[in-house]
Write a protein that binds this ligand. Structure first.
Ligand code: HEC
Length: 111
């Protein structure tokens, strides 16, 4: 009986780890044909990134260029920001252009 409990606790632990790392890691979002940067942002990003002062989201200065945005969207970060492996080529480029035009940027840190 004791053995069973330890085993099922271990299994529950593994299941939790798989669940936790599974849910934030990868998004299976797929842009529809004719999607634009704006439609992708509204469908895939706006549920987590909300507007601030009329800007669709706020970027840190080091993130405010298309290479950094594309890298972050494709690879995600930590537990919070999922990776979007299906956003590639034109779709991720349109999304980066949309953000560069419509997102705000935090001021550079004075150092
Ligand atoms: C499930 C919630 C969620 C979704 C969906 C999401 N993000 Fe994020 N995003 C986050 C979190 C949380 C962070 C902060 C992660 C960190 O830096 O540790 C983040 C960070 C970012 C950053 C870096 C901002 C900065 O200045 O550091 C960019 C750019 C970004 N997200 C773009 C997007 C785009 C574009 C999409 C849609 C394709 C998207 N996110 C979808 C949660 C999300």
């Amino acid at each position: 009986m004791k053995k069973m409990t330890a085993l099922s606790l271990t299994l529950t632990g593994y299941a939790l780890i798989v669940l936790l790392s599974g849910c934030a890691k990868n998004s299976d979002y797929m842009p529809s044909a004719g999607a634009t940067g704006e439609s992708i942002f509204k469908e895939a990003c706006a549920n987590c990134h909300s507007p601030v002062n009329g800007k669709v989201m706020i970027l840190r200065p080091e993130m405010a260029n298309s290479e950094a945005i594309i890298e972050r969207v494709r690879n995600g970060k930590g537990f919070g920001m999922p990776a979007f492996p299906n956003l590639m080529g034109d779709s991720v480029q349109m999304l980066a252009d949309y953000l560069l035009e419509n997102a705000g940027t935090l001021p550079e840190k004075a150092e």
